[in-house]
Write a protein that binds this ligand. Structure first.
Ligand SMILES: [Zn+2]
Length: 254
């Protein structure tokens, strides 16, 4: 249940979702954290890119960590928050879902217009010959006893997922796309993402400058809340599911 004090804010956000004609949703890693999936784009999770390239021990430590997490990641299913976001796309005027998650669970939930702003953990590229590998193929190498996975074509062992490690620039095309779309939206709905110290903090600023309404659903408070028009505190799995079922009830009753 949503606490009574939050009910009014929830109602306001529901009305905005129903009335808005160009909604942009931003989902963050908190959605997947509720299912035990870590944030693979977290700067604390990833090594510095220079150390990764220069020091085999750093690469080995990174891949051992990924190998340990692979069983959880490969069996993960979208939770009720991912599914509710996918439903919002159908019942409201959602233009795009931008995500700071890299685990692919939002796409797996059935969402069609998802743009990954921080890359993906599900595939890996060889920086030398450009060959792509699924994380499953990389995991097979790790299970076969390889400490650092290598390219089967050219034997390069600097393979990495297309996620920006500390010291690397963010994916430029995707961020530009987000900036452009945010200039034309009338509701920016942030779910399970803390933008204070995030590389995505510019998104909220752009939405605010364009005059769009900003609504946030997060479990904890953060600085960014001060620049939002409405903030609902609660677990995304609980809050978004509630919002979707309420909108569906409203649609049925109208
Ligand atoms: Zn290669």
């Amino acid at each position: 249940m949503i606490p009574i004090v939050e009910q009014d804010v929830v109602r306001v956000v529901i009305d905005w979702l129903k009335e808005s004609s160009n909604i942009i949703i931003l989902t963050g890693p908190e959605l997947s954290l509720e299912s035990g999936i870590p944030d693979f784009a977290d700067s604390k999770f990833n090594p510095n890119i220079r150390e990764f390239r220069e020091n085999p021990a750093v690469r080995e430590a990174y891949w051992q960590k990924i190998g340990k997490l692979y069983p959880v990641l490969s069996q993960a299913e979208p939770n009720s928050a991912h599914k509710a976001v996918a439903e919002l796309e159908i019942i409201c005027n959602v233009d795009y879902i931008f995500t700071g998650s890299t685990d692919g669970l939002q796409q797996k939930s059935g969402s069609s217009s998802v743009v990954e702003l921080l890359g993906s953990i599900l595939w890996v590229t060889c920086p030398n010959c450009g060959k792509d590998y699924s994380l499953e193929q990389i995991n097979t190498q790790l299970q076969d006893g390889k400490k650092i996975p290598a390219c089967e074509e050219c034997n390069n062992d600097l393979l990495k997922p297309p996620i920006s490690f500390p010291g690397q620039p963010l994916p430029h095309w995707e961020l530009r796309e987000a900036w452009m779309k945010l200039n034309n939206c009338d509701l920016f709905f942030i779910i399970g993402a803390y933008l204070d110290d995030s590389p995505l903090s510019s998104l909220q600023t752009i939405a605010a400058e364009s005059g769009s309404k900003i609504a946030i659903v997060n479990e904890r408070q953060s600085e960014a809340d001060n620049y939002a028009d409405a903030v609902i505190y609660g677990k995304p799995t609980m809050v978004i599911s509630h919002i979707v079922s309420q909108i569906k009830k409203d649609i049925k009753a109208s």
